[in-house]
Design a binder for this molecule. Structure first.
Ligand code: SF4
Length: 357
């Protein structure tokens, strides 16, 4: 691994200027970039973890509409928080956000800590999120380091882990270099700029070095190994779409995942069934759905109401109107939308307000 190339104070100053200039000319206009409210920045940072920007924009707006401040989030029912998170995946993030809001209200008089160190004491806030909130909302000169930032700085320096140098050693060097580069006068903009560079220019594959503001400082110009992603596996499963008409409405049989489940506890989904040949005639459609490293091929079967007892543990008849505002799993929402049981969420349509019966 090449040693760290020392950058003189002049070079560091120039790099800051080049990056910030590029950012101000090219940054995407995103709703969380129009605020310095720490709560709003916090919500955006949590939503953006492992989720594409395009998928977050509308959900961020809706979430803040229903929970405009920490107090409203703290007193919300968890199922309503999950309902607004439905489709974003990684529901543990929503639970921790909710828990942390309650902690701010009960332990901090309703005011979020203003330093990265203080923020890290809240449930679900790690180093990255704490640095993002503290630098953007409170101008604390602390560098954010996520996968994008690590990739950019490693490529600049030509660092990568190999047989003799561990990933942890690279990470320590990246931390140190990141903290050297951060602009103490504009730490929030600097942090957003380097993340934007990693997300849009210095991408994992095919970095656009010709338009990169740091090309002349870069040791590798894209000729740099990027760790391969874990391979996806494929699983085939089946679930039952069971509906009934009452006098005034359509109802769907949904099942709530057990609270003790490690994945998506408490969320609502279609009852799963065994995939057998005898189901063939009841086949409605098949959807694909990725969860973490698994690509699911999901066969949906329309079954008669008596095929699964509604008295089965955790099964309930739910009206279609209510289902669309419940904490459905992303897969359940995808299937019910495709089956036209619940309306689709258009890009500009907010989810229904949380409802309780
Ligand atoms: S020059 Fe290329 S590899 Fe180097 S930081 Fe810029 S985009 Fe990444």
């Amino acid at each position: 691994m090449p040693r760290r190339r020392r950058h003189s104070p002049d070079t560091v100053a120039r790099m800051r200027q080049e990056l910030l200039g590029w950012y101000h000319r090219n940054k995407r206009d995103l709703p969380w970039r129009r605020t310095t409210d720490p709560y709003a920045i916090w919500v955006s940072e949590i939503m953006l973890q492992q989720t594409r920007v395009a998928a977050v924009i509308d959900r961020y707006t809706a979430f803040l509409q229903y929970f405009p401040d920490i107090q409203s989030l703290a007193k919300a029912h968890e199922q309503d928080v999950l309902a607004l998170w439905s489709g974003l995946g990684y529901y543990r993030r929503a639970r921790m956000l909710h828990k942390a809001a309650q902690s701010v209200v009960s332990d901090h008089n309703g005011v979020m800590p203003t330093t990265a160190e203080g923020l890290r004491s809240l449930p679900g806030i790690g180093s990255y999120t704490a640095a993002a909130i503290a630098s953007i909302a409170h101008n604390e000169p602390i560098a954010v380091i996520d996968g994008n930032v690590e990739r950019v700085l490693s490529r600049i320096q030509g660092w990568h882990s190999h047989d003799t140098i561990s990933e942890a050693a690279v990470r320590r060097k990246v931390d140190d270099f990141a903290q050297t580069l951060i602009d103490p006068r504009h730490p929030g903009d600097y942090n957003q700029a380097i993340m934007e560079l990693g997300a849009t220019i210095c991408t994992p594959r095919n970095p656009q070095c010709l338009v990169c503001p740091w090309a002349r400082e870069c040791h590798t110009l894209g000729e740099h190994r990027t760790p391969k992603r874990a391979a996806m596996t494929t699983r085939e499963i089946a679930c039952a779409l069971i509906t009934r008409e009452t006098e005034s409405r359509t109802e769907i049989l949904l099942e709530q995942r057990a609270a003790a489940n490690t994945v998506m506890p408490g969320l609502w989904e279609l009852p799963s069934i065994e995939l057998t040949k005898s189901l063939k005639t009841a086949h409605v459609f098949t959807v694909r759905h990725a969860i973490m490293q698994v690509n699911y091929i999901v066969h949906v079967y329309s079954l008669p109401t008596e095929s699964i007892s509604s008295s089965a543990a955790r099964c309930n008849w739910i009206s279609a109107d209510r289902a669309s505002s419940m904490a459905l799993t992303g897969l359940a929402r995808k299937i019910l939308t495709k089956a036209h049981v619940i309306p689709s969420r258009s890009r500009h349509q907010l989810p229904h307000p949380p409802s309780r019966e």
